[in-house]
Design a protein around this ligand. Structure first.
Ligand code: F6R
Length: 370
């Protein structure tokens, strides 16, 4: 049931706020102590973990890439992201102290399942982050942390992505708690900030939909799009590029903004849309200026620039042709809001082109073959 929306994808994007809210519910108490009682791995075993490897595909892998920035910062252990289909064919280094985190919306992705089987055979523990109760990946894992995004019907993944980031963040905060790498107060503060994210996402849905739709109609004839970001904005750029490929059948590429001068800038031609995820300018964030100069660089070569930027950012306003605004929030949490305009942009482009947004050509909701 689409509940009055034109498509499941439209409905599910509008469920981004509740996906975040529901994934947080019941996972910590009033004092800010993380409680992952459902995860049957004892605290001592968690304390021993010295490396995390995330195995996942597509959108789920981008959620893992976002989580890497947060978990390495909070827990000070290395986090690697590996596309599940590449993982077991290269003899990865796995020990009993490695925690393999398999992220999957459907819980049935064969590539991810084969990767986790390999990890368990090598003696590592596997924790699944999954949206589908009772599916194969959680059943075959040592533990599971469910994302409570609710059933996702549209082929293109949207609300599951934000829920996966939240679940991975809860895991990171739990590790920080058992390993004492963050103070109780710090964990409490991050949880408070996470709790505020649903309303920030809602703000984007309420205030930016019209300008996103306008932008989509302006770019309807574009043959290709580039997406740029840095730090946590980098996986968001790749996710935005993937959404547009999947449902609007537009050739897109997402990459790290710093890489521009090492090659991709050669692609920029007159009128080329370039979508840029701009980090906050607060706290004299050095990356802000670097990303703004990336906008200037591509603009000087004729690009049509679209920025996703924090409300009130004077540079985004000045340099980008169009800005999709998002509320102020901490850098590590910004992917939860920054991805929303990109989901809407893909939806609008696909609808304007007259495509079936819920069932894009050549794709299936869960890929059960290797
Ligand atoms: C993107 C998309 C795919 C899936 C990928 C993993 O919109 O739908 O890239 O994210 O196939 O699927 P799950 O999460 O079910 O393992």
């Amino acid at each position: 049931d689409k509940g009055g929306w034109d498509s499941f994808m439209d409905k599910e994007i509008h469920e981004d706020p509740s996906a975040v809210r529901n994934t947080l519910i019941g996972r910590f108490d009033e004092d800010g102590e993380i409680k992952l009682d459902e995860v049957h791995i004892d605290a001592e075993a968690f304390r021993q973990i010295d490396k995390i490897i995330v195995v996942a595909c597509g959108t789920a892998s981008y959620a893992g890439m976002v989580a890497k920035y947060a978990i390495e910062h909070w827990v000070r252990i290395p986090v690697e992201i590996e596309l599940a289909h590449e993982f077991r064919y290269r003899d990865p280094i796995l020990t009993p102290r490695t925690l393999v985190v398999a992220i999957s919306q459907s819980g049935e992705t064969m590539d991810t399942l084969m990767a986790l089987r390999h990890a368990r055979e090598q003696g590592s523990r596997v924790l699944a982050i999954c949206n589908t109760q009772g599916s194969t990946i959680p059943r075959e894992s040592d533990a599971v942390l469910y994302t409570h995004a609710g059933p996702e019907i549209a082929v293109a993944s949207t609300k599951a992505f934000v829920a996966q980031i939240v679940a991975a963040y809860l895991l990171g905060l739990y590790l920080a708690q058992v390993k004492c790498t963050l103070y109780r107060d710090e964990i409490h503060q991050i949880l408070d900030q996470l709790k505020q994210m649903p309303e920030k996402i809602q703000w984007v849905l309420d205030h930016e939909a019209e300008s996103i739709n306008d932008a989509a109609s302006k770019m309807i004839n574009a043959k290709s799009f580039l997406f740029l970001g840095r730090h946590v904005g980098y996986p968001v750029a790749m996710e935005g590029a993937l959404k547009l490929k999947e449902i609007a059948y537009t050739f897109t590429e997402g990459f790290a903004a710093g890489e521009l001068k090492h090659g991709p800038i050669a692609l920029v031609e007159e009128g080329e849309p370039v979508v840029v995820i701009v980090p906050s300018s607060r706290g004299r964030n050095v990356l802000h200026n670097k990303v703004i100069s990336a906008i200037e660089e591509v603009k000087a070569r004729g690009a049509f620039t679209i920025a996703v930027a924090e409300v009130g950012d004077p540079d985004a306003e000045k340099y980008a042709d169009i800005v999709f605004w998002r509320p102020e929030c901490p850098t590590l949490l910004s992917p939860l809001v920054d991805v929303v305009p990109l989901q809407l942009l893909a939806l609008d482009m696909a609808e304007l082109k007259g495509y079936d947004v819920d069932k894009p050509r050549n794709l299936a909701k869960s890929v059960t073959v290797e």
